[in-house]
Design a protein around this ligand. Structure first.
Ligand code: PGA
Length: 251
């Protein structure tokens, strides 16, 4: 097992260009002192160019919050993979629950985005997670299985090492309600077993699975101590340099 931790910040629809550049520079300075893990930030599209310029020669990785599947075309409002790689963007979040729930993105659409990212040289950060209603109806595992199987359709075992999976229970996002470390570990172990079944055990062992949903300085340490949690996808607490720094410096 050889999984390098990844601490990722999703800035959502927050921060001006100047604020994004300042925060990215602060995060890059922290990242430079942590050679044993990867750090990523996902600014709004409008800030990507300036953020890439500001942190281009540091270890901080810049991600987009979504990506189109086509290289170009009549897709009003979308951003193509080459437009992102052109700036120095390395990863793209796909299937975030806000895209699924607010903007109606289907599993099929998310699968196309994920394949488009891979084809375009971007590492997808592929999000899955159940709603509260699904958890309470004991459907967590079947929902996760469906999302993973649909989302990864057509992804070969050679491509799989490029994929980062993120388990984000919808009921924990932006609610202040974190999954307990046991709930998170249980879901991560399930996802890894599913990857082992779908691909191969050694491939499943190498895929990084991030936890997301109200990750904060005071819960990161216990989450990261779980054997199948390889990092975090952080929303609110990634918007402040100090709290994100503490998360990057998990113990
Ligand atoms: P949160 O968001 O940390 O604010 O709960 C996580 C996410 O949506 O990725």
């Amino acid at each position: 097992m050889n999984r390098r931790p990844l601490i990722a910040g999703n800035w959502k629809m927050y921060l001006s260009v100047a604020e994004s550049v300042r925060l990215a520079q602060a995060v890059a300075a922290t990242s430079a002192t942590c050679p044993d893990l990867d750090v990523m930030v996902a600014p709004a599209f409008t800030s990507l160019a300036k953020v890439c310029e500001a942190v281009g020669n540091t270890s901080l990785k810049v991600a987009a919050q979504n990506v189109a599947w086509a290289k170009e075309g009549a897709f009003t409002g979308e951003i193509a993979p080459p437009m992102l790689t052109d700036l120095g963007v390395r990863l793209a979040i796909v299937g975030h629950s806000e895209r699924r729930q607010i903007f109606g993105e289907s599993d099929a659409m998310i699968n196309r985005r994920l394949l488009g990212a891979l084809a375009g040289g971007l590492q997808p950060v592929f999000c899955v997670g159940e709603t509260l209603e699904e958890r309470e109806a004991d459907r967590t595992f079947s929902v996760l299985e469906h999302q993973v199987r649909q989302g990864l359709q057509g992804v070969t075992k050679e491509e799989m090492p490029q994929v980062v999976l993120a388990y984000e229970p919808v009921w924990a996002i932006g609610t202040g309600k974190t999954a307990t470390k046991e709930q998170a570990q249980e879901a991560h172990a399930f996802l890894r077993r599913l990857l082992a079944e779908t691909y191969e055990k050694n491939i499943a062992e190498d895929v990084r699975i991030l936890y997301g949903g109200s990750v904060k300085p005071d819960n990161i340490d216990s989450l990261m101590a779980q054997p199948d949690i390889d990092g975090a996808l952080v929303g609110g607490a990634a918007l402040k340099a100090e709290s994100f720094e503490r998360i990057i410096r998990f113990q």
